[in-house]
Design a protein around this ligand. Structure first.
Ligand code: ATP
Ligand code: LTN
Length: 337
């Protein structure tokens, strides 16, 4: 990070500490984040402020935040190459979030599908933060003048909103923010639930059989794949009306690099049993080193905390520049120091 090449474009993304990362988070996001480190200046953070919009026991939130930070490192995010930090440790995020809330219109926030989905799923906790969530997220991105933001389909509306706020701000107050673009890597797999292959694998799913946690032990992984929902045709082929088998093929392909036709040939004439074992073993082999690195990291809490601290300091230094510029543009009187 010390020698960050200023010519390189900036990539920024965040992940909420809402549970142990799943195979979906890994294959769809974090594995690609790791690969991008060579070609971009990457900023990755644990979005703990965003996680306040849903109810999580405080002790659990604390544990999951530390765990998520260690998981990013275990997945190969290298603090020598990338900036990695916890969102709430960088105060500029909360400050910028407020400024961005005041630049957001009630109407546009009301149209956000994530807000509609989450508020209908949790009618008991429709807090103001859930509503202004996209403004906080816009602040996260704009603070670092990010060029590209890798996000899943569920977040593209928030990214569009970020561009809208930035465009409006630049127009009203003068050039201040870079307009970020979405980043959709070719190798980004979308992994579905093992029990309901029509919905995505999600770390907050309450059914443990539906998700592979990246910390699952080999025997657990094999067992979960064995009980994955498929169909009665017993033929390994990639087809829309076979979401279960197709999902297993997506996973196998994402790890081995084999294409669908090759996988169909490899398992021609074999039943689902053999295929499930092969997929399970491939996943277990891929995740084993991550699990081992994670254990080592968690055994050295001091080193982990030191990395968090230095990441937050570097991030604050960068973020504060944009925050100060933004405050000035809005006419906030600078504090005398
Ligand atoms: P939650 O259950 O709390 O909503 P999640 O598992 O859906 O969490 P997020 O924290 O919303 O995950 O997303 C983190 C990153 O992982 C995002 O970039 C998202 O696109 C990616 N991601 C999440 N689930 C999957 C999946 N099943 N397949 C591929 N990518 C995924
Ligand atoms: N909302 C995202 C997490 C997130 C994020 C961000 C992603 C918060 N701030 C800024 C990219 C850029 C999610 O739930 N996946």
């Amino acid at each position: 990070m010390e020698n960050a090449n200023t010519e390189k474009k900036i990539i920024l993304s965040g992940i909420q500490p809402t549970g142990t990362f799943t195979l979906g988070n890994y294959l769809g996001a974090v594995r690609n984040w790791q690969k991008m480190q060579e070609d971009y200046n990457c900023y990755y953070f644990i979005a703990d402020l965003h996680s306040l919009t849903i109810h999580i026991d405080p002790a659990q939130r604390k544990k999951q935040t530390l765990e998520a930070f260690a998981l990013l490192l275990a997945c190969g995010i290298d603090p020598e190459k990338s900036l990695i930090f916890v969102q709430s440790h960088v105060r500029s995020h909360a400050e910028m979030g407020w400024l961005m809330s005041c630049c957001s219109q009630f109407g546009e926030l009301s149209r956000m599908t994530q807000f509609k989905d989450k508020s209908s799923k949790h009618p008991e906790n429709i807090n103001a933060g859930l509503f202004t969530y996209p403004a906080l997220m816009a602040g996260d991105i704009l603070l670092y003048q990010a060029d590209y933001v890798p996000v899943g389909a569920d977040q593209t509306q928030h990214l569009e909103f970020t561009r809208d706020i930035a465009t409006r701000f630049n127009h009203n107050y003068g050039e201040n923010f870079k307009l970020p673009e979405g980043y959709f890597p070719k190798a980004g797999a979308r992994v579905m639930s093992l029990q309901d292959p029509t919905s995505k694998m999600s770390k907050s799913d309450t059914n443990p059989k539906a998700t592979i946690s990246i910390l699952d032990e080999e025997n657990v992984i094999l067992k979960k794949f064995k009980s994955a929902v498929t169909d009665s045709e017993a033929k390994v082929c990639y087809r829309e009306d076979k979401p279960g088998v197709s999902n297993l093929m997506v996973i196998y392909s994402a790890i081995t690099g084999k294409n669908m036709a090759d996988i169909e040939t490899e398992f021609a004439g074999k039943g689902y049993g053999d295929f499930k074992v092969a997929v399970g073993q491939t996943v277990a082999d891929e995740l084993k080193p991550i699990r081992e690195r994670y254990k080592d990291l968690m055994n050295n809490r001091k080193a982990l905390e030191a990395l968090m601290k230095s990441g937050a300091e570097k991030a604050e230094y960068i973020a504060r520049k944009t925050l100060t510029k933004t405050q000035k543009k809005l006419g906030l009187l600078p504090a005398s120091r």
